[in-house]
Design a protein around this ligand. Structure first.
Ligand code: C2E
Ligand code: CA
Ligand code: CA
Length: 837
């Protein structure tokens, strides 16, 4: 069993069916408009009733004709023409109605108007209220129009007007009545519905065209009627059908046109939508592009910028429009930017590209690649510009780094050879144009770099180079250029010099700077340098000439003793040429054994016993004759031949001494003195070389004494000390040569593993003239003895000197007085010095 709730009962209906009807069909009608609606509906019904009554009273044939005519009216109403793209529609039905009026009287016209009104309103409205009101208003007004037409026609005929004219005038009156009757009540009803009072003017404005249509229709009907009078109603009916055919054709054509138009509209719509989409896409691309973009007008004022550009110039996006591109650029780039822009306009080019800097609000700058393009501004007059700015600062920085690397020495940060060359080229060119331009070029070569590098290692060498660079840089002005050309070679270009004395002063200051000791790897080192300088007033035409002469001067400074300045002069070339040739000859001499040794004996002053020989190198040059050892030893040191030379000398001297030991027993106690040069001491294999020679020839180590010049030893004490110790361990004896000429080294003397001191011969030779030399010799002897070392005097040329030395207590003597250096063949004869015997 199921239960169901009781069906809702319809609410009590206070007003009955009328109220329900109102509620259902006229809910939006005001009371006044409702009343008017009813009045229209009822008068329409009345007109319809009267018309039907008349119709029914007609003979069948007439009824058939009217029904046929009504069919034409309905067809005409259905074929109404909507004027394209207006709210007006036009129908020939009214013309048919007026024809009905003249031919069959008001009843037929009322029926025609009702049918036409119904067809029309059925197409335009779904509401019953409209579907009733429109045909009703039409029928009522046509009913009135019919009466007016009949009355006026009768009146006019009676007043003797020709019937055709009377008919036309009557039709015109009827058209006015139908116009007013069909439009005014409906308009009034609609106005009242909106709670407004109908205004005649707005009615006239809104419906005048309808009046025109009615008048036109009436005139058409009049013409049709006149035709019918002459040619019969049949032709007229035929015409009516033909008109409808034409109308149907026009409608089809219009429909086609309309469809075509709609299609075009759709195409336009689609194109517009596409354009909008494109615009949006472009906008999105513009906004989100990673490249900075801006659109500017022909005057360069920014119209639109994107976020990337705002980021690039570090300005809020909103602040940029209205400014010019120039505002965003570095002042130094304004000129080139403006020139490029003008060029583009002047030569009708479409774009240009260049790299320049953007200015940021903080004063920094960003390198950008700018592309500027021109295009016809669709919105404005003339051309617009589009800028694209690509951040290239990273690439620029890399280039700058590469540039720096290409032009700088990465150890010291100084300019390198390439840059020095380039700058110097500029200076030479300027001086050729303007003789007032005066400059100097210096070449510097460190005196002790190779020793430091070889013995303490590259790290120490690098430290020294950096410190030298720093010191040199501190001596010059910002306009000067200090460069490292490679190795331990430096060059300085001095610009804006007053005179050569100026340059010379600076050169001296630089050398003084480099004579200050510098801490390197736990010890103190003095880099020292030789400096060559040349001045631009010698009329240089090329950089190479300048560099060559500065180099020659530097070479000369080195040869003249280290730590010097040499100013280039033309004779230097000859000296250099000589030295270069000699250097080549020395290489050959070593290979061809042009070198030999001579031996100068040393004697004990007390007793005159032979104690040893000093081996002295000799070079007999096939063309130049004897070359002084002081000269060729220095040459060998500079040119790197000293190692070969020393190795040869050691082998030679040791072999010779060993031979004498074997052949001449009286020489068995003598020892061989051999000179070592500064470079030898820092050779890593010098100890091995000495040991090898001793072992190969079977000479006891104690029979070999190595002489080391005091200055050399003291300058390189740190470096030489290790070698000296290891040599001493070998059992070899060591002697300090030229003692007294080096700078204060007395504090070291006690700790050095030295066997003897050799007083420099300059003191010995001056003893007779300068009493203070005697004092020096006395001091050396006292000191040597106090330290337990033997004291040797060299360069003894006179008996007085010998006597003096004896009194001072020197142990041994050597000199021309006792014996000149002699060849090996002469040696075995020597046992006692004649002067001592
Ligand atoms: P040194 O080691 O001081 O050698 C002594 C120099 O004084 C020698 O000159 C010798 O001939 C000279 N001499 C000796 N007695 C007298 C004298 O009574 N009066 C004068 N006026 N001179 C005297 P030399 O042979 O021309 O050597 C010059 C320098 O060349 C040497 O000075 C030495 O430093 C260097 N030397 C010579 N041979 C060698 C060598 O084999 N190896 C190295 N490394 N250097 C050498
Ligand atoms: Ca010597
Ligand atoms: Ca000496």
């Amino acid at each position: 069993m199921t239960t169901s709730s009781p069906a809702p009962r319809p609410p009590a209906d206070p007003g009955g069916w009328l109220a329900r009807f109102h509620a259902q069909h006229l809910p939006d009608y005001s009371p006044a408009s409702t009343r008017l609606w009813w009045a229209i509906a009822l008068s329409g019904a009345l007109a319809l009733g009267i018309a039907l009554d008349a119709f029914l009273g007609w003979p069948a044939e007439r009824q058939m004709q009217v029904v046929g005519a009504l069919a034409l009216v309905v067809t005409a109403a259905l074929l109404s023409l909507q004027l394209p793209r207006t709210s007006f529609s036009f129908s020939i039905a009214d013309a048919f109605n007026f024809t009905l009026l003249v031919m069959y009287g008001p009843a037929a016209a009322v029926l025609g108007a009702g049918a036409e009104g119904l067809v029309g309103t059925m197409r335009t409205s779904r509401r019953l209220s409209s579907r009733v009101a429109s045909p009703a208003a039409a029928m009522a007004s046509w009913s009135l129009a019919g009466a007016a037409h009949a009355g006026l026609a009768a009146l006019l005929v009676v007043s003797n007007l020709p019937p055709a004219v009377a008919e036309v005038l009557a039709l015109l009156l009827a058209s006015l009545v139908t116009y007013v009757g069909t439009t005014l009540p409906l308009m009034a009803m609609m106005t009242l519905k909106r709670q407004q009072w109908p205004a005649p003017r707005s009615w006239l404005n809104g419906t005048a065209w309808v009046g025109g249509v009615y008048i036109g229709s009436a005139l058409l009907a009049a013409m049709a009627w006149l035709l019918a009078r002459q040619h019969g109603a049949g032709l007229m009916a035929l015409l009516g059908v033909a008109v409808l055919g034409v109308l149907a054709l026009v409608r089809v054509t219009l429909a086609h046109q309309e469809a075509e138009h709609a299609r075009q509209e759709q195409c336009i719509d689609e194109a517009r939508r596409e354009a909008e989409l494109n615009q949006q896409r472009f906008s999105a691309a513009f906004t989100h592009a990673a490249v900075g973009m801006a659109i500017a007008d022909a005057q360069g004022r920014l119209l639109r910028v994107n976020q990337a550009l705002a980021t690039l110039v570090q300005a809020p996006e909103g602040t940029l429009p209205g400014r010019t591109m120039l505002d965003l650029l570095h002042p130094a780039d304004h000129a080139v930017f403006e020139r490029k822009t003008l060029e583009m306009k002047a030569h009708a080019r479409n774009d240009f590209a260049l790299e320049l800097r953007c200015r940021t609000p903080t004063g920094g700058d960003t390198w950008v690649m700018m592309h500027c393009g021109r295009f016809a501004d669709p919105g404005g007059e003339g051309n617009a510009l589009i800028y694209q700015l690509h951040d290239v600062s990273a690439r620029r920085a890399a280039e700058a780094r590469l540039q720096h690397i290409a032009y700088h020495d990465n150890l010291t940060g100084l300019a390198n050879r390439a840059r020095f060359h380039e700058q110097l080229e500029g200076a030479v060119e300027r001086s050729l144009v303007d003789p007032q331009v005066y400059f100097a070029v210096m070449f510097l070569d460190l005196d002790r770099f190779k020793i430091v590098n070889d013995s303490l290692g590259h790290e120490a060498g690098n430290l020294m180079l950096r410190e030298v660079a720093r010191r040199l840089q501190s001596c010059v002005r910002p306009s000067d250029l200090v460069a490292r050309l490679g190795g331990d070679e430096f060059a300085v270009m001095l610009l804006g010099l007053q005179d050569s004395a100026d340059g010379l002063r600076l050169a001296r200051r630089m050398l003084a700077e480099l004579m200050q000791p510098m801490p390197v790897c736990g010890t103190e080192l003095v880099p020292g340098a030789s400096l060559g300088i040349t001045f631009s007033d010698l009329g240089y035409r090329t950089v190479d000439e300048l560099l060559r002469d500065a180099d020659v001067a530097m070479y000369e400074a080195k040869a003249g003793g280290r730590g010097r300045v040499a100013i280039f002069d033309r004779t230097m070339h000859e000296r250099i040429a000589y030295r270069l040739a000699l250097e080549a000859d020395l290489r050959r001499a070593l290979a061809e054994q042009q070198l030999s040794l001579v031996y100068q004996p040393l004697y004990e002053i007390e007793g005159g016993r032979l104690t040893g020989f000093e081996a002295l190198a000799r070079w007999h040059h096939p063309v130049r004759g004897a070359v002084s050892p002081a000269e060729f030893i220095a040459l060998a040191e500079e040119s790197g031949h000293i190692e070969t030379l020393t190795t040869w000398l050691i082998g030679q001297a040791v072999a010779q001494m060993a031979q004498w030991h074997r052949l001449a027993p009286h020489l068995a106690q003598a020892s061989m003195h051999l000179n070592l040069s500064g470079r030898d001491l820092v050779r890593s294999d010098i100890v091995d070389t000495v040991r090898d020679a001793l072992q190969r020839h079977g000479l006891p180590p104690a029979r070999l004494t190595l002489e080391i010049t005091e200055t050399v030893l003291m300058e390189r004490l740190d470096l030489a000390l290790e070698t000296v110790r290891r040599l001493r361990e070998l059992g070899v004896r060591l002697s300090i040569d030229d003692f007294g000429t080096g700078y204060s080294s007395l504090s070291y003397l006690g700790t050095l593993p030295i066997d003897s001191l050799k007083i420099d011969r300059s003191f010995v030779m001056r003893m007779e003239q300068q009493p203070e030399s005697i004092e020096i010799v006395r001091a050396v002897v006292t000191l040597g003895h106090a330290l337990g070392k033997r004291v040797i005097a060299e360069g003894v040329e006179t008996a007085a000197q010998l006597e003096q030395l004896r009194q001072l207590g020197a142990d041994e003597a050597q000199g021309y007085l006792l014996s000149r250096p002699v060849t090996a063949a002469e040696v075995p004869r020597l046992l006692y010095a004649p002067a001592l015997a």
